[in-house]
Design a binder for this molecule. Structure first.
Ligand SMILES: CC(C)(COP(=O)(O)OP(=O)(O)OC[C@H]1O[C@@H](n2cnc3c(N)ncnc32)[C@H](O)[C@@H]1OP(=O)(O)O)[C@@H](O)C(=O)NCCC(=O)NCCS
Length: 166
């Protein structure tokens, strides 16, 4: 995702998160952290978009986006969203896989996320991908909605059977 993508992403954001859409400034701030001009090797964020193929004279359009933050030892799913017409085809799973792979590459021990308690479709995706619920936060969202905090261990400690015995 680049700043040029923000208007299209914002339109999707407002459709997909009617109660708690991020304002434009959030996306711009996040992207600034994805490429801090003064230290690109220390970028704490990474964002992706998925585009459809376009057709004839129609240029490709953004159908999904995702972002992560990594400040070791933890990584966070900042956002994950797929346009309604593109849902149920595996895109959400693929984007979550990218976030997990990037988190592992950076050496994160755990990958965390927040999901609305009243969003069972997203929770199913996360459970299927190996996340477990570790906390609940009542009244977390601006409309009073509850958040579930979920976690996936990326570096499980070695099994005790691997210990050196002497
Ligand atoms: C949650 C969300 C990201 C999931 O994205 P998605 O692309 O639909 O996810 P997937 O297609 O990978 O998986 C969804 C379901 O489609 C099924 N699926 C995956 N690939 C498929 C395929 N090729 N054909 C048909 N179904 C498929 C999966 O089995 C899964 O089923 P499940 O409901 O039993 O888990 C999407 O619904 C969304 O953007 N929702 C609104 C915003 C949101 O809630 N974001 C999460 C905030 S925490």
């Amino acid at each position: 995702m680049t700043t040029a993508d923000v208007p299209e992403v914002l339109a999707l954001e407002r459709t997909l998160f009617p109660q708690d859409a991020w304002p434009e400034s959030f996306f711009r701030d996040e992207l600034a952290h994805a490429e801090p001009a003064e230290a690109p090797h220390r970028a704490s964020r990474r964002y992706w978009v998925a585009e459809d193929a376009g057709s004839g004279t129609q240029r490709p359009g953004i159908i999904a986006y995702a972002g992560m933050m990594c400040v070791l030892p933890l990584a966070d799913v900042q956002t994950l969203a797929v346009a309604p017409a593109a849902q149920g085809r595996g895109l959400g799973t693929r984007l979550l896989g990218l976030i997990e792979a990037e988190s592992r590459r950076r050496g994160a021990e755990d990958l965390l996320l927040e999901v609305r308690a009243d969003n069972p479709a997203a929770q199913r995706l996360y459970l299927r991908c190996g996340f477990e619920q570790i906390h609940q936060r009542p009244r977390y969202y601006p409309d009073g909605g509850e958040a579930l905090i979920m976690r996936k261990h990326l570096q499980d400690p070695p099994p005790s059977s691997a210990a050196n015995l002497r």
